[in-house]
Design a protein around this ligand. Structure first.
Ligand code: FES
Ligand code: FES
Length: 177
């Protein structure tokens, strides 16, 4: 008489598609809103902002972390979105130029207008985000502190950018008693 077949108790298989989709979903918090990215987790944050969410205020220029045109704030720190995969900023607080202001323009945006800081404008959103990081860390920056911002401006509007940052710093100081 042949041996009875041996039955192995196997765990219930998990549907492969559902498992891989869950692994890929990246929860993001951008300008105070929650998003879930179901695509390539290695997609640069800049692509996600511009091509998926259509937040085109953040600019693409060099794409290699050299110019700062793509600067956004991640937990209030200026970082270059072209160099950051979305998977590395899950659950972090991401702010773009579109989310910098509340109901009115941010003091930096007001100062930028007052100082007429923009020439072609391409680098300027990145400059403003870098300045927002600086003023958070250093509310009274010196010229030397401002000059440490490494964002590039091909139009050379650095003196007006510097003036705008100083104007914004002055506007946000508590009055002396
Ligand atoms: S586009 Fe990101 S640093 Fe130049
Ligand atoms: S204003 Fe033109 S690159 Fe900066």
């Amino acid at each position: 008489m042949p041996d009875k077949p041996i039955r192995h108790s196997l765990p219930t298989p998990v549907p492969a598609v559902a498992a891989s989709a869950a692994e890929k979903t990246v929860p993001l918090r951008i300008n105070g809103k929650a998003y879930f990215h179901d695509g390539d987790p290695d997609m640069p944050l800049l692509w996600y902002l511009r091509d998926v969410l259509r937040l085109t205020g953040t600019k693409y220029a060099c794409g290699i972390g050299a110019c700062g045109a793509c600067t956004v704030l991640i937990d209030d720190k200026a970082q270059q979105a072209c160099m950051i995969p979305v998977k590395s900023v899950a659950h972090r607080r991401i702010t773009t130029i579109e989310g910098l202001a509340g109901g009115t323009l941010h003091p930096l945006q007001q100062a930028w207008i007052a100082e007429d800081a923009v020439q072609c404008g391409y680098c300027q959103t990145g400059q403003i985000m870098a300045a927002a990081d600086l003023l958070k860390r250093n509310p009274r920056p010196s010229d030397a502190d401002i000059d440490k911002i490494s964002n590039l401006c091909r139009c050379g509007s650095y003196p007006r950018i510097r003036a705008a940052i100083k104007r914004a710093a002055a506007a946000t100081q508590a009055p002396h008693k």
